[in-house]
Design a protein around this ligand. Structure first.
Ligand SMILES: Cc1ncc(COP(=O)(O)O)c(C=O)c1O
Length: 457
């Protein structure tokens, strides 16, 4: 391209109005929501960066595919189209549709885990961890040391620590039924994993005879980072890189709400015939017949088309650059974020920004709530509220207290992002006025979704 400006590789065909509210209105809505932005009515949010999951805009080709879907209960044409696209991309023998990623996780872990077993990962996402712990097994995070330091710059900060993984396999390998790696590493800042790291995991898994599964939600964004950052990969297409990533694994869980560019959907895929049979039996019990797995035929069509669009270079170029754009703006204004910016989100280091608020008073919640009140922007805490409570009921600070601003795919324009940056910088400038929170009500698991809070001070 002759010009430096990277443009959105699409034009807009349909628009959705967003609602402006006053500061007083937002304060009232937040109080009613128990100071938990998950409990807000989405209409009261101006720019919603709660998640990049299921919030993307579908293309005209996806909507067209939806109209052509086959809603047959068994053997739907849309299933075969979905299966063929996923097989071509991943190479796995068994493709099992599920309604979203956590359903794939639940089915996988309920099928293969026994109480007391251990699942290593770079960083488990919250639903992944919860679906392991509910089987009375242990989820162990083994991301490289740089991945635990927000300011540390490393091109593949999502890499798993190979030496630590080897130690675990050597010392307690009899309790490890499979090894997982999450691409990109959402809980660690949306950071990528290198091909070299995945190849090393493969070698270890061969040596210790362990199956290797990818949590593949953002496989395409990971492939783009490999293309642009890993030596010798620049000439390959993102799809070729993704195909190699999958070829190194024995299976994957996938939420198509991310790099499936769909509003709902997911799959579990694997090569092992015995595990696949057991997984399909459980699928029938809880999701549906194996050719729809809890999805409509039109969802399968949307995912199939989305998986083709997501590996297109102009899309990935724009996607990764637009996230980086927000990261650069915040960094230039002195707001501490996880460096370098991740693929799908910017993670503000709330612990560093608000050092007077101790982790057990939830600096992430303080920042999320201040951002909503100031600007109507909704982010999410990824820190002590999300990860600090343990199965025995005790609570300790999480490794980091972050606020994630996740960017929905193909939804917001550059001026929306400029507004978000301005809002964050404004809140950061008034940080001395922010106070912590205490929890007044919370369930035992996944408390961040429904907990209620009270401001301190
Ligand atoms: C890395 C990772 N794994 C699993 C999931 C769960 O997927 P879903 O929300 O579709 O259940 C998510 C969702 O955000 C994720 O980011």
């Amino acid at each position: 391209m002759a010009f430096r400006t990277i443009i959105e590789p699409f034009r807009v065909k349909s628009v959705e109005a967003i609602k402006f509210t006053t500061r007083d209105e937002r304060e009232a809505r937040l109080r009613e929501a128990g100071y938990n932005v998950f409990q807000l009515h989405a209409d009261d949010v101006l720019i919603d960066l709660l998640t990049d999951s299921g919030t993307g805009a579908m293309s005209s080709m996806q909507w067209a595919a939806i109209m052509q879907a086959d809603e047959s209960y068994a053997g739907s044409r849309s299933f075969y189209r979905f299966r063929d696209v996923v097989s071509d991309l991943t190479g796995f023998r068994h493709i099992i549709p599920t309604h979203q990623g956590r359903a794939a996780e639940r089915i996988l872990f309920h099928t293969v885990l026994q109480p007391g077993q251990i699942v290593p990962n770079n960083n488990h996402f919250d639903t992944t961890r919860a679906n392991i712990e509910v089987e009375d097994a242990e989820a162990v995070d083994l991301v490289i040391p740089e991945g635990r330091i927000p300011s540390a710059v490393h091109p593949f900060k999502g890499n798993i620590d190979i030496a630590a993984l080897e130690r675990l396999l050597a010392e307690r390998g009899d309790r490890v039924p499979l090894v997982m790696v999450t691409v990109t590493n959402n809980s660690g800042g949306g950071q990528p994993v290198s091909l070299e790291n995945l190849r090393s995991v493969r070698r270890l898994c061969d040596r210790y005879r362990k199956p290797f599964f990818l949590d593949a939600c953002r496989f395409a964004e990971n492939a783009w980072f490999i293309k642009t950052r890993e030596a010798g990969q620049g000439h390959r297409t993102p799809k070729e890189i993704a195909q190699e990533m999958f070829s190194l694994a024995d299976g994957c869980t996938m939420s198509a709400k991310k790099d499936g560019l769909a509003n709902i959907g997911g799959f579990l895929a694997m090569n092992d015939d015995g595990w696949a049979e057991a997984a399909r039996n459980l699928l029938i019990l809880t999701e549906g017949f194996p050719t729809y797995g809890g999805l409509a035929g039109y969802d399968l069509e949307a995912v199939a088309r989305g998986l083709e669009e997501v590996v297109e270079e102009p899309y990935l170029h724009y996607r990764i650059r637009s996230t980086e754009y927000l990261g650069t703006k915040l960094t230039e204004s002195g707001v501490p974020i996880i460096q370098p910016p991740g693929g799908h989100a910017i993670y503000i280091d709330a612990r560093a920004l608000l050092p007077e608020i101790p982790p057990l008073e939830y600096p992430g919640i303080a920042l999320v709530n201040a951002l909503y009140v100031a600007a109507g922007v909704r982010g999410v805490e990824i820190g002590t509220v999300m990860f600090g409570r343990h199965p025995d009921g005790s609570e300790t600070p999480a490794t980091m207290d972050l606020v994630r601003l996740a960017i929905p795919r193909r939804v917001y324009t550059q001026s929306h992002i400029d507004y978000v940056a301005e809002a964050v910088v404004d809140v950061a400038a008034g940080r001395a006025r922010l106070a912590g929170y205490r929890i007044t009500e919370a369930p035992a698991a996944l408390r961040h979704f429904t907990a209620r809070f009270e401001p301190l001070g």
